[in-house]
Design a protein around this ligand. Sequence first.
Ligand code: PLP
Length: 404
Amino acid sequence: MQDTELEKFDEIMRMEEKYHFQVYDRVPIALVRGEGTKVYDTEGNEYLDMLGGIAVNALGHGHPKVVEAIKRQSDRLIHCSNIYYIEPQVRLAKLLVEGCDLDRVFFCNSGTEAVEGAIKLARKWGNKKGKGGRVISMEGSFHGRTLVSLMATGQEKYKKDLYPLPEGFKVVPFNDIDAIAEAVDDDTCAVLVEPVQGEGGIVPADRGYLEGLRKLCDKEGILLIFDEIQCGMGRLGYLFAYQAYDVVPDIITIAKGLGAGFPIGAILARDEVSSAFEPGDHGTTFGGNPLATATGAAVVSTISDEKFLRRIREHGIHFRMKIRSALEGVDVVDHVRGEGLMVGVVLRKSGKEVVSRMLDQGILSNCTADTVIRFLPPLNVRVEEMDRTVEVLARCIREVYPDG
Ligand SMILES: Cc1ncc(COP(=O)(O)O)c(C=O)c1O
């Protein structure tokens, strides 16, 4: 560690404390460079990135196809308004639509914006059919930080001191088909669910539950919306998360991994649903701009490769099995869960100190829902890197909880 570099980090930290809104509980390092699955801080320390920007760096750091797409497109045209036709936008739209069972896409800039747009679309569709605009979502869910997405989010801690709050939402227990059947009424236009809850602690939906939701929505004539912002774009070993469950929703929201680090989000919908929006009903200045969509096209064409997707499924199984066997008999570990490369190690106690020890050992992860150690590595992570993570994880858990 060199003094000058240490000073540099201190300076960054001091400036953050002075100038930025104090809203993030930051880890005390500043990352300045990345290459593949590795990132480096101001002091030159190397970390294995097993969190991938929280499911954003889907292809790791500095992936040649992503870098090339950004360089090429920024040389050509960075931005133009959506009042013009945009070549990379239609290219990405085609890739996404041809990769799923839905018919059309709308591009925006972030996850929360995709969720807001999906709710707006569901309400428009519902209102036009003489229905109300109520959306039912799940306890433990996370859908974003803008006000409407917050209302759909099933975690009260995010909604404090924000009155008056937007209306038309109901939250019911996750993975409980009876609860949702009871909650649906004439006012309801849609059900919103994450196929695998991310922020809620890597909680997969039961297959039967999603099948039940599809049947219920069909019976009631309402829309099924999958929020795939964290679990989509290859994360479960399929381009779209719904493909891991064989349950086709009416609307899908995606973001995070779609740009592999470049900010972009999207809503996909069936034709009959998307047409509820007429010209002028929805729009955005930046959404789907040439640079974002050229990047997205490079990402999606790379992820869509069937061999690449199969490897994600195989690697996910390997990773979870390795963790289970390394932690067998350790009392503090409740269980290991997840799908594909979305993995949660559920402890019976706080996971914070374990995550911090792993950081000291050069591995990035994080703790969500207080007790769940979460891994969302780049989708091209190697077996040796997962194995090293398991070794460090097992050691750190034993150090923090020596009594088991
Ligand atoms: C499932 C899900 N939906 C929505 C969001 C919000 O996305 P963003 O932070 O890009 O607004 C997130 C972010 O973590 C998420 O995991």
